[in-house]
Design a protein around this ligand. Structure first.
Ligand SMILES: Nc1nc2c(c(=O)[nH]1)N[C@H]1C(S)=C(S)[C@@H](COP(=O)(O)O)O[C@H]1N2
Ligand SMILES: [Mo]
Length: 370
């Protein structure tokens, strides 16, 4: 692996936290323009229309010649497999509705701000993903005794904080054998589009987005822990530069609301008429099913229960509604928060860490009642 230092100062150095008065930079804007979020009003759809699903790509969308593309499966296995798409598609298939969320969602609101892709709250989307259970493929390869982790490598290549790499993530063997862990080649009943990992991506429901390796080209069973960059350096819950920290894993609970009324173009502040409004939104957690959603419509954060809609499978977000009587004109702040059946909830104060990971602070929506 080449070190970025050989490439001069034009490539990124260590991760950075913005100074107290440092505005979002053109570099952050450059990332934000490539990696778009979900327009919050489209939380109205049970399944996010494909082009509206959030996107996060560290490097470039790679050029892949689909006819000659192959997936190799090997390492600590009885045999090495080389599979084309037709072979994968001839294996048993499942469709699972899954809500994906980027681990950095919410990062741009943290103080001080971790300098990276500057998400507010919109790095989320839900799709019907279709593919072959990974366990079937690993079974064909034959996992040898003493296997510990499985590494998943994409076809995309870049430099990150000075380290040149193919995007790769590792997971423990126990974690990847579940029936809903899939190698998917279809999204919402159509072939995966290039930006979402065509021709094949890994899908591990309940885990944050970094686990869902796109443009998958290699699966390697390891007899030791995977120590690649995206596990060992990135995606850690750290407060100081020198800390190793805990790894980022499953999605913390979050509720979001469709912003009510209509927006002001620049500020996005909402305008609503006085009267009764049906607030609606979605809530999800990768740890356990959603147990409840609460809404506050005053600045004192007095929480009232929202009504949950029908559950749409373990890995999909759940709809909720709340009747809000907007009686007196003036400025309001609407907030919502989710709690899951494991007791995990959303904090009111920011859960700060250096990379801005897994921070699920409550959403606040500014509204003017007229
Ligand atoms: N090969 C590869 N896979 C990847 C990434 C990447 O940069 N390269 N980004 C990851 C991250 S950080 C996220 S949040 C999800 C985003 O998936 P989406 O773009 O399909 O929404 O893909 C993950 N898989
Ligand atoms: Mo992400």
């Amino acid at each position: 692996m080449a070190r970025g230092s050989e490439l001069g100062t034009a490539v990124s150095g260590p991760s950075r936290v913005a100074a107290a008065d440092e505005a979002v930079s053109l570099e952050e804007l450059q990332l934000a323009a490539r990696n778009h979020g979900l327009p919050l009003e489209t939380l109205r759809y049970d399944v996010t229309p494909t082009g509206l699903h959030y996107l996060l790509t560290h490097y470039d969308i790679p050029a892949i010649d689909q006819p000659s593309w192959r997936l190799t499966v090997g390492g600590h296995t009885e045999r090495t497999l080389t599979l084309d798409l037709a072979t994968l598609r001839s294996m048993p298939r499942r469709t699972v509705r899954v809500t994906l969320e980027c681990a950095g969602n919410g990062r741009a609101r943290l103080l001080p701000r971790p300098v990276s892709q500057p998400w507010l709250v919109e790095a989320v989307g839900t799709a019907d993903w279709t593919g072959t259970p990974l366990a079937e493929v690993l079974d064909q390869a034959g996992i040898r005794g003493g296997a510990v982790d499985v590494a998943f490598t994409g076809a995309d290549h870049g430099i990150e904080r000075g380290v040149e790499q193919d995007y790769a993530r590792g997971l423990s063997l126990a974690e990847v054998l579940g029936p809903d862990v899939l190698l998917v080649d279809e999204m919402n009943g159509r072939p995966l589009p290039p930006q979402h990992g065509a021709p094949l991506r890994l899908l591990v429901p309940g885990w944050y987005g970094m686990t869902q390796v796109k443009w998958l080209r290699q699966i390697t069973v390891l007899d030791h822990a995977f120590d690649g960059y995206q596990n060992a350096t990135a995606y850690r819950l750290i407060r100081g530069v020198e800390e190793a920290g805990e790894p980022v894993t499953r999605i913390e609970p979050r509720a979001l609301m469709l912003p009510p009324g209509f927006p002001d173009f620049m500020s996005r502040v909402r305008v609503v008429d006085a009267g009764r409004h049906q607030l609606q939104g979605r809530a999800w957690s990768g740890w356990a099913p959603i147990a409840g959603v609460e809404v506050s419509t005053d600045s004192g954060l007095s929480w009232q229960p929202a009504e949950l809609g029908p559950a749409a499978g373990r890995w999909s977000w759940r709809g909720w509604t709340f009747a809000w009587d907007a009686t007196t004109p003036g400025e309001r702040e609407l907030c919502c928060r989710a709690i899951d059946e494991s007791g995990r909830a959303q904090p009111i104060d920011q859960p700060w860490n250096r990379q801005g990971m897994a921070n699920n602070m409550i959403q606040r929506v500014r509204v003017v009642v007229r």
